[in-house]
Ligand binder design. Structure first.
Ligand SMILES: [Zn+2]
Ligand SMILES: [Zn+2]
Length: 348
């Protein structure tokens, strides 16, 4: 099979190399999926350039946002058959037996293998080998390109807004970094729940797209500036009930000042490696809860695919590139020139 292999960290043009690898065959409990589309995530960029080292073992094949067709089924797999359209969670394996796996919190499983970070098993490839428990069936109404980003972009938004943020109809929800991949899906998700949605962005060019995604208010501010006065003005001085934070340190203080008494602050993104000083009393005197979101569970992925099928959220897709253009996809992402999620078309 053809696959884009990463052997040592470096620039996209020289480190992402198309190679021929042996076709995988499924062991017990495993399936092989022919990749139709694979999303290209900023996670892939930081693995490729060597910034992210934790949990990464090279050589590897990147790609954790995969949809395609089942082409082989291993012993003991009863849930799937050849030809079925499937999408992956972001993991190829979890143990299935630990307390996290048994309580539907399997992203926290100590044995979880993040797809594309370890081994030659990611989606920048014609075939991937996965545990059957790592995939779900794609509803007929959802195209495979949208399905490929259901776990990472749509699913992380669902996990943050619904599962962790517990956003309720009628509540005020703000999203910082709202023009980003998770951000714009979080705006849609909060709208789908029935919330009043505040999109916070540093990209004036994205105001229209954010309104189209369901933002009732768009707060546009200069990078690093304090947007909390705008947020308070728009909420009668109260602030928002849920803040989905896709930025981290750079907007920490304005985010804190934008949250209402009793609000939930969901940390989901961190764009820099910087630390931030804060006084815990600034949170508990207002009853603000600080929470964090990881990644989508298998059950949440099913719900996201159902939402895509019903049209209550839409996958915000950018350009589709051939597998051989993986380096160009990374260059576009690094230049901030990707308008929506980029995907690689493999056997589409
Ligand atoms: Zn991703
Ligand atoms: Zn486990």
């Amino acid at each position: 099979m053809r696959a884009v292999v990463l052997r040592t960290p470096g620039p996209a043009a020289t480190s992402l190399v198309l190679e021929n690898l042996a076709d995988p065959s499924p062991g017990p409990g495993q399936i092989v999926v022919a990749v139709a589309h694979c999303g290209v995530c900023f996670h892939d960029v930081v693995v490729r350039n060597g910034t992210l080292k934790a949990g990464v073992t090279m050589p590897l094949v990147l790609g954790h946002e995969i949809a395609g067709h089942v082409v082989a089924v291993g012993f003991g797999v009863t849930e799937f058959r050849e030809g079925q359209r499937v999408a992956t969670t972001q993991r190829s394996h979890v143990c299935g037996g630990c307390r996290y796996c048994r309580s539907a919190r399997e992203p926290l499983c100590a044995d979880a293998v993040f797809l594309g970070d370890i081994g030659l098993n990611g989606g920048y490839s014609e075939f991937v080998l996965l545990d059957a428990s790592a995939v779900v069936v794609v509803p007929e109404a959802v195209d495979l390109r949208s399905a490929s980003v259901a776990a990472c972009a749509v699913g992380t938004a669902y996990h943050s807004v619904v599962a962790v943020g517990l956003a309720q109809p009628g509540e005020r929800v703000a999203v910082t970094g709202a023009s980003g991949g998770v951000g714009i899906h979080a705006v849609q998700m909060a709208r789908a729940v029935g919330c009043e949605v505040f999109a916070v962005t540093t990209s004036p060019g994205q105001v229209g797209a954010l309104r189209a995604a369901g933002a009732d208010h768009v707060v546009c501010h200069a990078r690093g500036s304090d947007f909390s006065a705008d947020m308070r003005a728009l909420t009668g001085g109260e602030g928002v009930d849920v803040l989905i934070d896709c930025v981290g340190t750079a907007s920490f203080q304005p985010a804190r000042k934008s949250i209402a008494r009793g609000g939930r602050w969901v940390m989901v993104g961190q764009l820099s490696g910087d630390f931030v000083p804060f006084n815990p009393a600034q949170l508990f005197l207002k009853g603000i809860s600080m929470l964090s979101a990881t990644s989508v569970t298998r059950e949440e992925l099913r719900r996201c695919l159902d939402m895509l099928a019903r049209g209550s959220v839409r996958a915000m897709l950018g350009e589709s590139l051939p597998l051989t253009d993986a380096a160009r996809a990374h260059a576009l992402l690094e230049a901030g020139a990707a308008n929506g999620r980029l995907t690689l078309a493999v056997a589409a």
